[in-house]
Design a protein around this ligand. Structure first.
Ligand code: AMP
Length: 280
């Protein structure tokens, strides 16, 4: 496995990989890798001849007071995990490789970027859309892999790729969960034992809404209420949002047909998100 730190080294690898033919699969990450990230790599390995993971804690997607400085940086472990599963390359840029001095251009996907997580994290999705565009232009993959865990991010990236006619296929990979349902996240390591216990309520809340929907309830507000109740019962007080949206467009509807439920909460200082398509 090769580690590429600058644009020239990356470009040489990309040229070589494209010369060999076959597909290049790309998995953008912020590191602190876990089984969720590895499932993206495994998915890529099914159809791509070369897989490349980027590890970049992107400063522009963190707001003031967020956890950019505390975000776990565990490169030695990440490298070992990727090596073990046979990943071909890691792109490990420093901020100036991604954002050379004098940059003036940002990618904004509106109004999608201002809703849900975007409402409480202004600028977050502009940072995500911009870094993903830069990474896609540098890596030039045939296929890029993103987790369904970050549902709004995946929806926004699909929209952006369509709008900008970017020449890449996007694959969404299902959420990997712990046995008790908690979605794997690099931020789970911030949780205390008690908070970790409380965090299982997100999955329970989603399951409660799902079973209500599957028993015939289609009023968004009632589905949201059912999930709220579960969160409250577990003692989670800082609920950012519990929303039922259309699963493709994320549009709001009073009565839902093909819904996804999205949840964001804070447990202590840790912000957690989760989601579930209620109809599947
Ligand atoms: P991150 O490092 O948090 O930016 O995540 C990198 C990619 O891994 C994103 O596309 C995430 O959606 C995906 N991902 C993170 N956690 C999970 C999970 N539990 N299951 C599946 N994909 C995940």
């Amino acid at each position: 496995m090769i580690i590429l730190e600058d644009r020239q080294a990356l470009n040489n690898w990309v040229e070589q990989s494209r010369l060999w033919g076959g597909k290049v699969g790309f998995i953008p990450t912020m590191g602190a890798l876990h089984e969720g990230h590895l499932s993206l790599v495994r998915e890529a390995q099914k159809t791509c001849s070369q897989t490349i993971v980027s590890i970049f804690v992107n400063p522009t997607q963190f707001g003031p007071g967020e956890d950019f400085n505390q975000y776990p940086r565990t490169f030695a472990e990440d490298k070992a995990l990727l090596e073990e599963i046979g990943c071909d390359a890691i792109f490990l840029p420093s901020p100036d490789v991604i954002y050379p001095e004098g940059g003036q251009t940002f990618v904004s996907v509106e109004p999608l970027a201002s809703q849900l997580c975007g409402a409480s994290r202004p600028g977050h999705f502009q940072g995500v859309a911009t870094v993903v565009t830069i990474l896609l232009n540098l890596v030039r993959p045939h296929v890029a892999y993103f987790g369904v865990k970050d549902y709004q991010q995946l929806t926004l990236i699909k929209q952006m790729i369509r709008d900008l006619a970017l020449a890449v296929d996007v694959v969404g990979v299902p959420i990997v969960r712990e046995e008790d349902g908690l979605a794997l996240s690099s931020r789970n390591r911030y949780l205390t034992i008690k908070e970790r216990q409380q965090a299982t309520a997100l999955y329970k809340a989603l399951m409660a809404a799902k079973s209500l929907f599957q028993s015939g309830e289609t009023e968004a507000i009632k589905l949201e209420k059912a999930a709220h109740l579960v969160l409250h019962e577990s003692g989670i007080e800082q609920i950012d949002y519990v929303e039922v949206r259309h699963k493709e467009t994320l549009a709001c509807d009073l009565t839902v047909v093909d819904p996804v439920m999205l949840i964001a909460v804070k447990i202590g200082k840790t912000r957690l998100i989760d989601n579930m398509v209620l109809s599947s």
